[in-house]
Design a protein around this ligand. Structure first.
Ligand code: UD1
Ligand code: MG
Length: 465
């Protein structure tokens, strides 16, 4: 790009129709705040800086957004009161260097593609005004693109100020424009609020540009989703589905087999290898990677996890690595109805069955916990078999302690392993045991009441009246 680009993101509006305490631009789409999508898109254009104009809920908005990686400058400018889009950009003018192009975006329009904005900037070329426009079957409420007989753009007229003839125009202004900053500043200084809404309209700069003999170009696109704004929960949900469909399409282009692209939700970054299959209604959050041949069953929620090649995650499994992460080794079988929590590190071919919870524990290759069990703060060796209903008692009410289960140990059903405790390699723990002391390798440990059997026992019977 031969000219620097400074992006202005308008985000001062109230968003009344969201009927929410949360400022509109902080509502989430695909796991990210609406305005964060806009900032991240600006970063992909290699913009020099982004200036976010805040007003309603300014402090929360400023705290809720962050500069993307890559060193692009993120600045905030406050607009109070909000006197219109022109007034909003006027507030940014002092921090916009004269040598660049200003790209105006809205914090509530999250799905504009970077290629579209790049095409707009190319049209601007550092010296023209370029408007992103769209044909709408029902243009009610939007600013209309008024063209002269030769087709050149003359002005944008807001719906409320438009004549009947102008209202019949279906080409609308998207709210996105690229303008040489030095010229923009001159026109901003000339805005007034003598219009139907008593607002300072940014769109009035078009007629000034035309009056000054500057070429005004329109980049007309057909994809309404790219310029769609969020004003209500319904529109937010519609754009969420549009966004998720885009994500699903990209995954399918990479070869991922989705049972139903309409029933997938990716709220972070999902990276997939070859021959990955994902059944319906799965949610992925944070950083998730699925290696070659991984199968994810229906209704799984998976966040911050690395799933290695050939692992199968059966339906209704919940995995959330949070900050520590979760890793599932190659060929492992997890679920159905399993729960892997932060710090669960599973080696190759580990089996975790239904209603088994694993937290901050390492399970070496071939270890199995197939039913109704808890492993917390445990180190589990190779080929350990951990019986149904067994738990590590890792918490003494004040501190957490580790349980070490060495290779080839068999823990029977319904055992309580009171940490800190170590079970020596190859040992066996009888079902129903409460283990409080270390056991040597190869031993059998039984810690429960001895069985008492009374022969010919007569059960009490009800007395006849
Ligand atoms: C604006 C355009 C209209 C265009 C439409 C596309 C003007 C005058 N009109 O209309 O031509 O078709 O967008 O959606 O620009 N904002 C502020 N401060 C303000 C006013 C608004 O930051 O004082 C922000 C809002 O939060 C929003 C954006 O600017 O993110 C656009 O404002 P909005 O009221 O939605 O503009 P429209 O009246 O719809
Ligand atoms: Mg408005």
């Amino acid at each position: 790009m031969s000219f620097p680009v400074d992006v202005v993101v308008m985000a001062a509006g109230k968003g009344t129709r969201m009927k929410s305490q949360l400022p509109k631009v902080l509502h989430r789409l695909g796991g990210r705040a609406l305005a964060q999508h806009v900032i991240d898109t600006a970063a992909r254009l290699s913009a020099r800086s982004v200036v976010v104009i805040t007003g309603h809920g300014a402090e929360r908005v400023e705290a809720g957004l962050h500069a993307p990686a890559g060193g692009m400058q993120l600045k905030y400018v406050r607009q109070a009161p909000q006197l219109g889009t022109g007034h909003a950009v006027q507030q940014a003018a002092p921090v916009l260097p004269d040598d660049g192009v200003t790209l105006v975006l809205s914090g509530d329009v999250p799905l504009t593609r970077p290629e579209t904005l790049q095409a707009l900037l190319d049209l601007c070329a550092g010296e023209r005004m370029a408007l992103l426009t769209l044909d709408m079957p029902d243009p009610t409420g939007y600013g209309r693109i008024v063209r002269s007989a030769d087709g050149s753009v003359q002005a944008i007229v807001e719906h409320k100020d438009a004549s009947e003839a102008q209202r019949a125009i279906t080409e609308i202004y998207s709210g996105i424009m690229a303008v040489p900053t030095r010229l923009l500043k001159g026109w901003l200084a000339r805005l007034d609020n003598q219009n139907a809404q008593g607002e300072y309209y940014l769109t009035d700069v078009v007629k000034f540009a035309v009056g000054d003999g500057l070429s005004v170009q329109a980049h007309r696109i057909a994809d309404a989703v790219q310029v769609a704004g969020v004003n209500s929960p319904l529109q937010l949900a519609e754009l969420e589905r549009a966004h998720q469909l885009r994500v699903a399409e990209v995954l399918m282009e990479q070869g991922v087999r989705l049972a139903d692209p309409a029933r997938l939700d990716v709220r972070g970054a999902l990276v997939c290898g070859q021959d990955v299959e994902i059944d319906v209604n799965c949610v992925f959050d944070g950083q998730v990677s699925l290696a070659d041949g991984v199968h994810i069953g229906a209704n799984c929620v998976i966040a911050n996890a690395v799933i290695e090649a050939g692992a199968v995650i059966h339906p209704f499994t919940h995995i959330d690595g949070e900050k520590l992460g979760v890793s599932v080794g190659p060929g492992s079988l997890i679920g159905p109805f399993a729960r892997l929590r932060p710090g669960a590190r599973l080696g190759a071919e580990v089996h975790i069955g239904n209603f088994v919870e694993v937290k901050n524990s390492t399970l070496a290759a071939g270890a199995k916990a197939n039913h109704l069990a808890y492993l917390g703060d445990a180190t589990v060796g190779e080929r350990v078999n951990y019986g149904a209903g067994s738990i590590t008692a890792n918490y003494d009410g004040a501190n957490k302690h580790r349980t070490v289960i060495e290779a080839d140990v068999h823990v029977g059903s319904n055992c309580v392993l009171v940490a800190p405790v170590t079970l020596g390699a190859g040992g066996t723990v009888g079902g129903g045991s409460t283990i409080t002391k270390d056991t040597p390798p190869g031993s059998l440990a039984i810690a429960r009441g001895k069985q008492v059997t009374l022969p010919n026992w007569q059960r009490p019977a009800k007395k006849k009246p």
